[in-house]
Design a protein around this ligand. Structure first.
Ligand SMILES: [Zn+2]
Length: 275
């Protein structure tokens, strides 16, 4: 029977990227006194034992948003921080079959991983992850910032001492805004302006998918794309995602998940949710 092997990669003196199976990574921020685990991916395998053996420090679990590929490992803990606006979304995404179908896109032998490895639905307590919440870890800290769009409760995590911001799915190379829990493009524009307004606080943008890092121009480019959509000037490429008809704003090489014009930011949206 297959088991999940977790790995980590040191990004800075205080920051590690953790991977299990699937396309979504996690992060561990380690201070002198405490740590923070950011996200738990699809919840396959014994992440908790791996984290505790690897980092050997007291820590909190912080979830960027309620989606299946970020939050499904949480039942290994009694308490986790998440913006509770996303609790209802989380509850609709815990089904093992649904997670297997998502994982099948990046894990070809997913059928060989037994059901027992899939963590069940959360039975613990959500602690509110509010705007401005700061985790002081000793020599380094993590600040939560509300960045609604992809979901209503999504938070980005700023590590001021490292000048790094972990964006999660809040702003990316294919920002998904077409889900029922997503904002309209015009509302999301406010979040992009907010992220742009704090650009003097970070020099690096990390994400949880694909290359997991983007150039600083990512926010401005998403904003540019949002304006184009609102003015009807985007490339407006039809696409289907999990049976839903959606639109990609800028022409994209889908195999690479990158814009054909070489820029980074892009938005995938629902034509009924522009304004
Ligand atoms: Zn997501």
């Amino acid at each position: 029977m297959k088991d999940v092997v977790f790995t980590n990669e040191k990004i800075t003196d205080h920051l590690y990227r953790v991977r299990g199976i699937g396309d979504a990574c996690m992060y561990f921020i380690k201070g002198e006194k405490r740590g923070v685990l950011v996200d738990t991916a699809y919840g396959v395998g014994d992440l908790r034992t791996y984290i505790e053996k690897t980092f050997s420090i007291p820590y909190d679990v912080v979830i960027t948003h309620g989606h299946a590929d970020h939050a499904n490992g949480i039942n290994q803990w009694d308490k986790v921080y998440m913006n509770t606006v996303d609790v209802e979304v989380y509850k609709t995404k815990t089904d093992t079959g649904f997670r297997r179908s998502m994982l099948a896109r990046s894990v070809k032998d997913i059928d060989e991983y037994p059901d027992e490895l899939f963590q069940g639905p959360f039975e613990g307590e959500f602690i509110e992850l509010e705007e401005g919440k700061i985790f002081k870890l000793g020599g380094v800290s993590v600040e939560a910032i509300h960045a609604p769009g992809h979901t209503q409760g999504i938070m980005v995590l700023l590590i001021p001492e490292e000048r790094i911001c972990i964006f999660g799915d809040a702003c990316g190379v294919m920002t998904f805004l077409f889900k029922p829990e997503s904002s309209s493009v015009s509302t999301y524009r406010n979040t992009l302006n907010k992220l742009l307004g704090m650009k003097d606080r970070y020099d690096r943008i990390l994400r949880q998918h694909g290359t997991c890092e983007s150039p600083l121009s990512l926010v401005e480019e998403n904003l540019e794309v949002a304006e184009e959509i609102l003015e009807g000037r985007d490339d407006h490429i039809p696409w289907e995602y999990q049976g839903q008809k959606v639109w990609i704003a800028k022409d994209t090489d889908l195999a690479k998940g990158m814009r054909k014009d070489g820029k980074s930011g892009n938005i995938v949206y629902d034509i009924d949710k522009i304004r």
